[in-house]
Design a binder for this molecule. Structure first.
Ligand SMILES: *Cc1c(COP(=O)(O)O)cnc(C)c1O
Length: 238
């Protein structure tokens, strides 16, 4: 065994703390620990540190930008690791990314879903997706408005090249614990309402919410996947 690099030590320490916190939030919520998966958010993080996380057992990573991921991917040890695209996706980048990631979490329009479906069909694959919801109704944010979610789901459900697996959200930045919980709870109820409708071809199993500053609250309110960047890899340098 070689000695761990300092990058690896830092990631190892952070990962242990995050896993402990996930465990504690699951216990507090009366949820089983395997009900919540950790997605390591790797935007701006170099391949060495990403590989350190992978070697420590991280099985899901999330990238925001198609170009950045395509530049890094050959240097990553992805044999046992799934890649999720979590950033806003332009339709002109769909061609490049479909087939190179295991899930696209940021689908928020029919046009984008159609483009992903078409490209998936060309490659004879089915791409799992999440629909991104703008739960805070913020003007500058991507995501479908909650009131238009069901209609969008019904429109994209029949597309043959995609499979809807759930919802994703990036809520507004809030500081008080009860405010954070309230917005995650609103998202969870939207998720459950849709799930109970049992729409054809819509498989509501994943609720991707919670980041470095609020994953505890997200887990308490029903998140199934937390997306964590800076708490794992340190502050980002753009
Ligand atoms: C950057 C990013 C994250 C992680 O943010 P941190 O606060 O660093 O944990 C999660 N989700 C999305 C969509 C992001 O862009």
């Amino acid at each position: 065994m070689t000695e761990r690099s300092s990058a690896e030590c830092l990631v190892a320490e952070n990962l242990a703390r995050i896993q402990e916190e996930i465990h504690s939030a699951c216990t507090a919520a009366g949820r089983s620990e395997d009900a919540v998966r950790l997605l390591a958010v790797t935007k701006t993080v170099d391949p060495e540190r990403i590989n350190a996380a992978i070697h420590l057992g991280v099985r899901q990573i999330g990238e925001n930008r198609v170009q950045e991921f395509m530049q890094k991917k050959d240097d990553l040890d992805l044999a046992d690791t799934q890649v999720h695209l979590i950033g806003h996706l332009q339709t002109n980048k769909v061609r490049q990314i479909v087939g190179n990631v295991q899930m696209i979490q940021s689908v928020d329009s029919l046009r984008l879903a159609q483009a992903i479906s078409r490209r998936s069909e060309e490659l004879s694959v089915v791409t799992p997706i999440l629909v991104e919801v703008n739960i805070g109704g913020e003007a500058a944010k991507s995501g479908i408005e909650p009131e238009n979610l069901e209609r969008l789901l019904c429109e994209i459900a029949p597309l043959p090249g995609i499979q809807v697996r759930g919802l994703m959200t990036v809520p507004p930045i809030l500081h008080k614990e009860e405010e954070k919980r309230k917005i995650f709870s609103k998202m969870y109820h939207l998720f459950v309402d849709i799930r109970e409708k049992k729409l054809d071809n819509i498989d509501m199993q994943e609720l991707s919410m919670g980041m470095s500053g609020d994953y505890r609250e997200a887990i308490l309110e029903g998140s199934t996947m937390v997306r964590i960047g800076s708490a794992l890899f340190g502050e980002r340098h753009y």
